[in-house]
Design a protein around this ligand. Structure first.
Ligand code: C5J
Length: 237
C-alpha cells in the first residue's frame, strides 16, 4: 500500500480518501490560555483536562505528519495589541469581569505577542510551518489561509484543535463552503463540555457528511506511515 495515490481511511459517515499531495493538517488554537492549568480558561473555572486529553494525540499526529513531509498549519485566535481589530460586540459579550485585552494570568487575554496567546510547547510550530493569526472563530475569516492553501494546491484538510463546537466547527464550515474536504479527528479535538464535543462532531458527519468526515488519529497515522518509510514517496506527496 502507498499513501500517495489515495488511501481510504476509516471515517464516518463513510471512508475518507486521503490525497496526501493535496492535503494540509490545520491545528486550531492550541494556545496556552485555552489549555494550560494557569491560563485564562482555567481561571474562569473551565476544566482544561477536557482539552488537554487532545495534546498527546495531536503531538503524535504532528510528528508523523512532519516525518511524512506533509504541510502543517497552525492557527491562533487573538487580536492586535491596540485591539483595533476587536469588534466591540466581541469585547463585551458575556459581561465577563475581565475580557479580551485585559490583563490575565499569562498576559493580556487573546492579544498577539502575549504568553497566553502563544501555542503550547508540545505542539509548537516548526520553522516554515505557517501560523495563521485569526481575529474570529473561523480560520478563513480575515486571514490569508485560503490563499496559502490555494497556492499550494491543497484541496483537503485534516482539522484538529480546540474547541470542537466553536473554532473547529466554524473553520470546517468555512472550509466546506470554499470547496475543501475536511476530515476531523475526534481524539484530537476537544471541548470543555462533553455534550458540545458530541454534538459538534455529530453535526459534521450528519446527513451524509454535510460538513465533512470524522475519523481518528490512529487510522490517519497508519495511512501516512508508508510515506515516512519510503523516501521516494515524499516527493510524490
Ligand atoms: C476557540 C473559543 N478556539 N472557544 N475559541 O474555540 O472562544
Amino acid at each position: 500500500m502507498t499513501a500517495s495515490a489515495g488511501t481510504s481511511i476509516t471515517a464516518e459517515p463513510y471512508p475518507f480518501v486521503l490525497d496526501p499531495a493535496h492535503c494540509a493538517l490545520v491545528i486550531i488554537d492550541m494556545q496556552r490560555d485555552f489549555l494550560e492549568p494557569g491560563g485564562f480558561a482555567s481561571a474562569l473555572g473551565n476544566d482544561v483536562a477536557m482539552l488537554r486529553r487532545t495534546v498527546e494525540p495531536n503531538r503524535k499526529l504532528l510528528a508523523a505528519w512532519r516525518a511524512a513531509g506533509l504541510l502543517a498549519i497552525h492557527t491562533r485566535e487573538g487580536h492586535r495589541p491596540d485591539l483595533a481589530d476587536l469588534p466591540p460586540a466581541k469585547k463585551v459579550r458575556g459581561h465577563g469581569a475581565i475580557t479580551i485585552g485585559d490583563e490575565g494570568p499569562m498576559g493580556r487575554i487573546l492579544v498577539r505577542g502575549e504568553a497566553g496567546h502563544d501555542i503550547i510547547p508540545e505542539l509548537y510550530p516548526a520553522p516554515g510551518e505557517p501560523v495563521i493569526d485569526k481575529p474570529g472563530k473561523g480560520a478563513f475569516f480575515a486571514t490569508d489561509l485560503h490563499a496559502i492553501l490555494q497556492n499550494r494546491g491543497i484541496t483537503q484538510l485534516v482539522v484538529t484543535g480546540v474547541t470542537t463546537e466553536v473554532c473547529v466547527n466554524t473553520t470546517v464550515r468555512e472550509a466546506n463552503d470554499r470547496g475543501y474536504d475536511c476530515l476531523v479527528l475526534e481524539d484530537c479535538v476537544g471541548s470543555y463540555f462533553q455534550a458540545f464535543q458530541d454534538a459538534g462532531l455529530a453535526m459534521i458527519r450528519a446527513q451524509g457528511g454535510i460538513f465533512g468526515w470524522v475519523g481518528t488519529s490512529s487510522d490517519l497515522i497508519a495511512a501516512i506511515a508508508p510515506i515516512e518509510q519510503t523516501p521516494a514517496l515524499k516527493g510524490a506527496a
